[in-house]
Design a protein. Sequence first.
Length: 490
Amino acid sequence: MGLETGSFISDLNSANPPGGDDFNQGDDHLRLLKTAVKGSFPNSSRAFYLPVMQVEITVATALVNTQENEVVLGNTSGGSFTVTLPSGAGLPLGWQVTVVKNDASNILTVDGFGVETINAALTSDLTALYDAETYVWDGSEWYIIASTFDADAPVFTTELQLDGIAPVLKLRETDGTATHNMTGLLQDSDLFTIQTRTNTGAVVASDYIITKGAGGSTEHEWRISDAEALLLDSSNRLILGGRVSGPLPSLAGMLISSGDSGRDNADNDADELVLEGSSAEVGLSIIGGATSLGNIYFGDPADPNEGQIVYNHGDDSLKIFTGSQKRLTISATTGPLESQLDTAQATTSGSQFNFTSPFATTVKVEVLFKGVSLVSAQNLLVQLGDAGGIEASGYLSAGGNTGNEKTASNGLIISTNSSAAATTSGIYTAEQIDGFEWVGSVAVANASTNSSSGGGHKTLSAALTQIRVTSTGGVNFDAGKVNVRWWGIS
C-alpha cells in the first residue's frame, strides 16, 4: 500500500504498515516516525519525564534524586518541616517539580538549595490543606509557575435572581464550611435591604444591615444597623450612635450620640453639630501632633477665620482672635487675669494687719479702707512684701492733704492724720510696672472735712506675695476695717 503521511505522533496509524507491504518501504516508515517524533517534541534536547507521584514525606527532606515533573507530597500532621529543592547547578533549563501539602495542620516550607531563591525569596510557605506550587529552574533561580489558592479562602460570586416579584441581587461568599449570601432585596414595598444571610437564609446577627426606608416619612432613610449604628434620614440629618433607634432629636445637621441624654432637641441657633451622651462627662477632643496647632475658626462670606481659638502644642499656648486680630494669649506659665477679694479685717485694735496673695503671680493690688483710725496722730502706711517677708525700707512715697504733706521711706503713705480722731476711707492701688518694681497712688477722705492723695514706688527683692497695713510709729488702731482685692494669675 502507499506510505501514510503525518507531522505529529497523533497523525500516525498504529495499523501500518500492514504485513503485505514491500520491504523496500521500511526506510520510508522510519523516516516518517522520525518526522512525527521531532514534530511533536520540536525543542527537546534532553530526556522528557512524565509527571509521577513520589512517596509521601513527613520530615525535612532534600530532593536530591527527584525526577523532573515529579509531584512531592508533604504530610505535616507530625509538625512543620522543610523540603529543599535540588541544586540547580546540574539541572537543565526548564526543569520542574511540584510540591503539595496534603495535611491541614502546621506549615510546609519549600527552600531553594543554598542561596538559590524562589521568586526572589529564600523560601516559600505552604500553609493550607492542598496548597501546591510548581517550581521551574531558569538557570539562576527558581520561579513559581503554578500555585493553588487556599481552599478555605472565601470565594465570591454574584447572581441576580427573581424571588417572587422581588429582584434579589446576591453576593455569595463560600468559606469552605458554609455559604453566606449578602443580598439586596428590591421588595414590592419599596424597602431595599442589604443583609448577610447564611445559606439557610438566617440573617447573620453580628453583621451590618443597610436598610432603605419604605414610603412615607421613612422613604429616604438609610440605616446601618449593628445595634443601630447610623441613620441618614430624609431631612439629610446624619445620626451616629446610641440615638438611632430611639426617639429622634430635633436638630438641623449631625448628631453624634453615645447615649440618650433625655433631651430631644438642641438650641436652634446651635444645632448643626450636636454631641450627646448619657454619662457624667460628654466632650469633644481635638488631638494633634507634638508641635501642631488645634484650631476652631469662626467665619463668614467675607472672612473664613475672622474669629479663632488656637492651641499651639509647640509652646502650649492658647490664643483668642476676634476681627482677625489676636486679643488674648495664655501661655503655659501664665493664665488669665483674675481678681479675688480677701477677708476683711477689723482695725479696732492691734498695730498691723497682714494679707497674703492667693495667686501664684500677683500684678495688681487694691487696699480698701473704711473709717480706719489710729490712737494718735500718725501717718497711715502700706508696706509690700515678698517670700522673704515684709520690707520696711527703700520706699519713695509722698502724700497728705493741703498744708499737711509728708514723705516716707518705710512705707507708702495713705494719709497724714493730724489728730487721733481722724478717720480714713478710700482706696490705695499699686501695680507691677516691671519685674519686681511697683508703683502706687492713693485717694482717700479724712473724716468728712478734707481729702488726702499721694503716690510712690518700691522695688522688692522678689515677687509680691503679701501686704501690711500699719503706721509710721507702729501705734495701735482703734476703729474701722481694711481689706485687699488681689489681681493675679493662678
